[in-house]
Design a protein around this ligand. Structure first.
Ligand code: SAH
Ligand code: SF4
Length: 358
């Protein structure tokens, strides 16, 4: 193996020690903080890293790509995250809530007509949707043949337990960044400790733990990305979404530079190496940054896509960041595009619910 590595390294001018670290990660699924930083700092071995993540993805979760039907059911939010277009101080968006019957109909269409096996309900932190209302919606959607994921922000342990008891399977709550100071600067009034506690409680409640981070917030560093990846491992995440930060004109971070696809892909690929069997989406933000961003992600460790099945009339108002890819397409159009992408990669669409197989 070493002579092969040496030959490859000489041919492609990749530092030998970097290749050794990547090979080690492929076998042992563990790296030190320093090793992660070393790989994140230098871009000479990016293609080698992406290929390694693709191989590990293939070995542990196979060629199936799981589709999740995303329903953005409310853009009303009590929080004021400095990076997000839905923040409460943004007066330039039209706020909406989709009523319970329509949410169910969208889920039903996704499951029965489009054949999707997971419904994801996402929203701002909208207090109108009380635990009772949410549990009613969850119970109704769970009469369909589908897994159900929630992405609705910070809740109490009791609330997470209630969602699980009503039938919800998974919960997405990105830590956004493990740099506490930065988190609290950009998420005014929120506490990093509480967010981390929520992730713990999601696990205790029996829900699968989904988390992730942004890449490219002003002040985020290579070191903090290394910490993010180690944090995902520490919390035993079942799924991790990595999104490049895309500045929104109606937020305090409007003049920021934003994240790059390359760095987001690197953080994602390293996450795949260290958590080999989890679910990792090719995020919409990646596709928004570059037209083939999602394809690149699917070839660098990702195994999930979340097609948007929210009605077009609402979708345009759910602008977490500008240019959210395929905002103008109908649910059926978004799905057709996704199916074509998967076929062109020679991969297949997941037939089961696509839960984390530990
Ligand atoms: N309110 C819930 C879910 C909706 S926000 C929550 O905050 O958990 C979903 C995700 O959108 C956030 O976790 C954040 O990482 C991402 N997001 C928000 N603004 C963004 C931006 N400007 N660029 C890229 N991603 C963004
Ligand atoms: Fe609200 Fe989520 Fe946006 Fe923060 S990221 S403002 S919690 S929708």
């Amino acid at each position: 193996m070493h002579s092969f590595l040496l030959a490859f390294s000489l041919k492609c001018f990749i530092p030998f020690d970097m290749m050794k670290i990547i090979e080690k990660a492929k076998k042992e699924h563990s790296l030190s903080r320093d090793e992660l930083i070393y790989l994140l700092k230098d871009n000479t071995c990016d293609e080698y890293l992406f290929n390694a993540a693709d191989e590990v993805r293939q070995k542990f979760v196979g060629d199936e790509i799981h589709l999740r039907a995303l329903i953005e059911f409310s853009n009303i939010c009590k929080n004021n995250c400095c990076y997000c277009g839905l923040r409460r101080d943004n007066k330039n968006i039209e706020r909406y809530r989709i009523d319970e019957d329509t949410i169910f109909k969208l889920a039903e269409h996704a499951v029965k007509n489009l054949g999707l096996k997971t419904v994801v309900l996402q929203s701002g932190e909208d207090m109108f949707f009380t635990t009772d209302k949410l549990c009613r919606i969850i119970r109704k959607i769970k009469t369909l043949d589908t897994a159900l994921t929630l992405s609705i922000g910070e809740k109490t342990l009791e609330e997470y337990k209630a969602y699980h008891q009503a039938g919800a399977d998974r919960f997405l709550l990105r830590i956004e960044t493990t740099n506490r100071e930065l988190y609290e600067k950009y998420d005014p009034g929120m506490s990093w400790e509480n967010r981390a506690e929520c992730l713990k409680n999601i696990g205790i409640s029996g829900l699968e733990i989904g988390s992730g981070c942004l890449v490219g917030l002003p002040g985020q560093t290579i070191e903090s990305y290394a910490d993010d990846i180690l944090f995902f491992k520490q919390i035993k995440a079942d799924m991790i979404g990595i999104g490049p930060f895309i500045p929104h004109k109606d937020t305090p971070l409007k003049d920021a530079k934003g994240g790059t696809l390359q760095t987001a892909l690197k953080v994602m690929a390293l996450t795949r190496l260290l958590l080999p069997d989890i679910n990792i989406p090719a995020t919409t933000a990646m596709e928004t940054l570059e037209p083939n961003g999602q394809t690149k992600a699917l070839q660098s460790g990702a195994n999930v896509i979340m097609p948007n099945v929210t009605l077009t009339q609402y979708r345009k108002h759910y602008e977490l960041y500008p240019g959210k890819s395929s905002t103008n397409y109908s649910p059926d159009d978004s799905l057709r595009e996704v199916r074509e992408k998967i076929a062109s990669l020679g991969r297949t669409i997941g037939k089961g619910y696509g839960s984390h197989q530990k």
